[in-house]
Design a binder for this molecule. Sequence first.
Ligand code: SAH
Length: 219
Amino acid sequence: MNTERQGIGMTSARTRERLVQRLIEQGIRDPRVLDRIRNVPRHLFVDEALASRAYEDTALPIGHGQTISQPYVVARMTEALIIGGTPDKVLEIGMGCGYQTAVLSPLAGRIYSIERIEPLLERARERLRELGIRNVRFKHGDGYEGWSSQAPFDAILMAAAPTALPQVLLDQLAEGGRLVAPVGPEGRQELLRFTRHKDQFHRERLGFVSFVPLLGGVT
Ligand code: SAH
């Protein structure tokens, strides 16, 4: 019997809906974001052995000492980035398995995504292609430097935490653009949003979070 089709499988519509309800209870409001959480097949972004846990609201290992971000955090960051309109050009730092990229893809014009671990980048590239996601450009590189040839960006999203925000990334924001990033040492990171007004950056605090650190160099 096909449990998937009956809607009682570990990756079924019902399982996903439970996750969506949980995020609503935790304060996620934007229907565009909730729809993406409902529709992006998170189980395809983790190892088959972990697929049954893919719709729990938790980070899971993706190899190379990295994790797929927790759905709540992905939803919160996406919401913080797209409030007030769809950004045309987005820079993503720390692509990992590509889940955050997939959630964001129809809510942005074009996404420029950087990952420092090449095998993760290549697998993410493959997955997104299989899912028919085409508005993403990939770069194997060090996100500390941003992507100057494509700047300025309407939005920048960081999936790994620097201890202090590199000025070079703020400089790659367009006028009115937003940067959302976890900032701080491991165990004491805060999610921050910076909005650019000319050469001023308005800073908002969005709550405490736990991310892997932003590391220098590539592997
Ligand atoms: N949102 C991603 C999160 C992956 S974890 C997902 O859901 O899969 C954060 C990622 O940031 C890791 O893959 C790590 O390799 C990457 N990373 C860390 N420092 C980086 C840097 N300086 N440049 C680019 N990527 C970096």
